[in-house]
Design a protein around this ligand. Structure first.
Ligand code: BJW
Ligand code: ZN
Length: 251
């Protein structure tokens, strides 16, 4: 779908900002995958509606009831098998080819940016398709062959856990360091499809602003970042991003 006509001046402004920027950081959240059919976390129909995150997405919840937590993640893997990248993911992959100085920082664990062809992707909340051994740390990529059985380690046989970052856990240090560096040194940051509620990821926009970057937010709903952003496009990312990248042209 085309972006609403009233938003075209903002779309043109973002294209102009992109033309003039060398170092670009883009922070994405669950909203960028919503048009692929992947549920977001918060709000109506979100994964946390009717569920308590602390009973599913914390190390304490896993220690108390690993089977319950695994049931949730296996269900989400089954949902993901049917989900494909949408025009927003593809537009970001095109943008990276047009602007090699782009760093894509995603909170998403679904792998859809990579599937769409983005190469430099910093997945700060991990990858739902990784099984990590709770005893020896061995990691293996799950396949979509058996999405009913709780996976055990191929190396030592112990219980695994999904390779995602739960509340109260540190983000992967090397990935986080690169994300902070990209935010601190960018001229322009696009913040797309995130509620900007979860830290430390949400702080990356503050880091970018402190370094003098212009902040663009693409989100149909207002967030705590909205009043701080220099440009806002209140539109679904699967409409706004292709419109922006189309206007960027070859110049
Ligand atoms: C569209 C759209 C369309 C819809 N187009 N847009 C400072 C202050 C307060 C608290 C803390 C703080 N620092 C740390 C904390 C604690 C905590 C935290 O942030 N809590 C807050 C929620 C209060 N953070 C942590 O615990 C983090 N670790 C940490 O800080 O370590 C240091 C430490 C260690 C020990 C002790 C103390 C500190 C870890 C955070 C891990 C988050 N994990 C999850 C689950 C991942 C695994 C899984 O997938 O199950 O990550 S939670 C969940 O939220 C997931 C997401 O990545 C993350 C962000 O959500 P996101 O992407 O923004 O999605 P939504 O649903 O919130 O929003 C979607 C948006 O899309 C909406 O705005 C829509 O409008 C929009 N949208 N359709 C564009 N078509
Ligand atoms: Zn093991």
């Amino acid at each position: 779908m085309a972006v609403n006509e009233s938003l075209l001046p903002a779309v043109e402004r973002v294209a102009e900002l992109l033309r003039g920027a060398e170092h670009i950081a883009c922070l994405t959240g669950a909203g960028v995958s919503a048009e692929s059919g992947v549920p977001t976390f918060r709000g109506v129909g979100g994964l946390w509606e009717g569920r308590r995150p602390e009973t599913l997405a914390t190390p304490e919840a896993f220690a108390a009831d690993p089977e319950e937590v695994w049931r949730f993640y296996l269900w989400r893997r089954r949902l993901l098998v049917a989900c494909k990248p949408n025009p927003g993911h593809y537009a970001l992959a095109r943008l990276e080819r047009r602007k090699p100085g782009l760093t894509l920082i995603t909170q998403n664990v679904d792998g859809l940016h990579l599937e769409a062809g983005s190469r430099r992707v910093l997945a700060v909340h991990g990858d739902i398709w990784i099984d990590r051994c709770t005893r020896c740390g061995h990691e293996a990529r799950a396949t979509d062959k058996d999405l009913q059985t709780i996976p055990h380690c191929g190396s030592c046989g112990a219980l695994t856990r999904p390779g995602v970052v739960w509340f109260g856990e540190m983000l992967p240090a090397d990935v986080w360091t690169q994300a902070e560096r990209a935010a601190a040194s960018c001229d322009l940051m696009l913040v797309v499809g995130t509620s900007s509620l979860v830290y430390p990821a949400a702080s990356l926009a503050d880091v970018a602003r402190a370094g003098g970057a212009t902040i663009v937010e693409i989100n149909p709903q207002a967030t705590p970042l909205t009043s701080e952003a220099d440009v806002g496009i209140p539109s679904p990312s699967g409409e706004a991003l292709p419109a922006i990248v189309d206007r960027l042209g070859d110049s």
